[in-house]
Design a protein around this ligand. Sequence first.
Ligand code: NI
Length: 390
Amino acid sequence: MTIYQEIVGEQAWLASLRRFFHAHPELSRQEYQTAEKIERELDEIGVPHRRVDDTGVYGEIIGYGGEGPTIVLRADIDALPIQEEAELPFRSQNPGVMHACGHDMHASTLMAAARVLARRRGQFGGTVRLFFQQAEEIGYGANRFVEAGLLDGAFRVFGIHSAPDLAVGTVGVKAGPNNASVDHFTIRIKGKAAHVSTPQLGADAAYIAAQIVVAAQGIVTRCTSPTDAVILGVGKISAGTAYNIVAEEAVLEGTTRLFTPELRTSVNARLERLAKSVAELYGGEATVEWVDYASPLVNSPDVCAEIGGRVTALFGTNALITDRALSCGGDDFAEFLLQVPGAYAYVGTAAPETAGSSGPAHNSRFTIDERALPIAATLYAECAWMWLNH
Ligand code: NI
């Protein structure tokens, strides 16, 4: 039997597991019941596991003798603060929380792959590390697995994401940048209050903030290539206390999105310099704080070629999409790609007959076409199998 045939043979179980996760979504860092369910499923197939931080689950399938390459397979497991609106029979039982990004599909299909690989552990000599990763949506979970040393010594890392922009039956595997970095910045400007009639005695934090907002777009248009995608957005401004007082304080919040580590470093550094020098010019002071949500997600071209070969062999040449559009949303799978050669594949979930399957993700009516489940599960298992036997 092929891996695909084995997975199709368990399709009913796979769909019911996905529906269980869908009906019981949990927010980032609160995935306790999800983790327990994953642990019960791993117990059933004799796969040892342990927690990573509070709610991540790490499982390990060791082949005979344990000698051979180590392969990492990752699924994220958290849900979103959204009230589900579609009337599915397995809709969310958790008010205000919903699997609106396909992480129910990721967790269930990785478990299906784990079942196949666990059954075959007498036939390979390496190790498969299973990452059921918590808190992707807040850019928290991946770094916990990195810190735990779970990428150390690995030969390949692989993960999948559902893709409402791709037809079910297709798989997007794109070399190079796929997703942008996500950084959140807070710029605090300290000025000096004065009566509005004597601006020369104060330092106007509101004016400085306005200058920074406008000047920052010059970093995009004057300091980076027009052919590079660069986002620098300010989404929140607050300043001042009354109409006739020169504002003493202002706070700006925004985000940058970049597709290479080099651009991420240079754009973020330039924004920081700009804020400080504009503030200084007008007699104030600026400090910049960063929260790092995700690095740019950059797929290894060599690994994409390996995966692409499996996709076309399994599902036909038309199944492989190599030019999927860049996404300015981030994914912390990117942190794993900084450690180990690997790739993130996008499994098509859209079908005209399944309402909500064409997205958008993070929408209250989002769903997947379940024909994508055996495809995703097969891809996880087949890629691991290929690398274990390389
Ligand atoms: Ni997602």
